[in-house]
Design a protein around this ligand. Sequence first.
Ligand code: SF4
Length: 349
Amino acid sequence: MAVEKVLLAKPRGFCAGVEMAIKALSWMVRVFEPPVYCYHEIVHNKIVVERFTNAGVIFVDDPSQVPEGSPIMLSAHGSSPKTVDDARRISSISINAVCPLVTKVHHEVKTRASRGFEIIYIGHHGHDEALGTMAVAPDAVHLIETLEELEALPKISKPIALLAQTTLAVDEWQAIAIRAKELYPELWMPGKSDLCFATTNRQGALKQLAPIADVTIVIGSPNSSNTLALEKAARRTSDSMVYRVNSYDELPDNITGTVAITAGASAPEELTREIISFLSPTQGFDEVEVVHEQEYFPPPRELREFIKSLAYVSSFAFGEGVPATLPLDDDPEHGASEVIFNLASATTN
Ligand code: SF4
């Protein structure tokens, strides 16, 4: 291997929604006796899922698999209204870790459908986020993934809205949005596209680095939509060799020259560090910050209330009165990559 330089895209890796969901599940693991149940993979990343599985989380694809009364968390991708109701019926400890940006799209679907719109929804067939969003108004939503599917839609006479999965590649969304506007000039679209800031920022950063690199590495799992969007963005904007990997051991050992690295929104930072070590660049690495990202999403409301009640109960039980600080007060100071790293050491000790 003769790698000279590594260019690290910034931002990369965990987004605010993933940070929130991972930290919320780690609280569940700490507070409750295992098993804790999680509906769908908390985020689409193999290592994150494995670490939580080792810590006592059971991932299920149907809330009916959860024994009555057991603590349950719903994933960041968003769940159908029925799943949310089922989870609440099964357990009084039901925490919905849906990303607020996905909730915004659910709200758009609900509002437009109630006003008589048909909705063209650009998303990936079978993806958890798309399934949860479509279930908000199944009779009103047409899922399309490609221009061909847009052209093949039956004639729609009602007012039409165009909405999208948050994690699409900007370019693929844009091409479909432009054509949809030509086909349906009265088309309603949200003032700002549904694509989330994290998706757009990570793709924007990578598009600057990939063209000046000999090789581009995108870290993330193949079922992570935003990771695949990064891979597509790299291939579209550069001639560099592009590898999408879960971890360093999937890389060939003959990489040379300058290497650009990014990570999908569900990939922990330790994977990036392992890949840099594996590449051992002779001139080290530079982190290239293209956009400064500061978004922070607080833990789910139900979890905040639950932890707060526990803190009050234990403080009063020990005769200490109203607690001066609450366990989640310092949440913004702790990153989810740290949580995932610590989970590994906790379960191997
Ligand atoms: S990628 Fe965007 S929409 Fe998805 S969890 Fe992260 S912030 Fe939320």
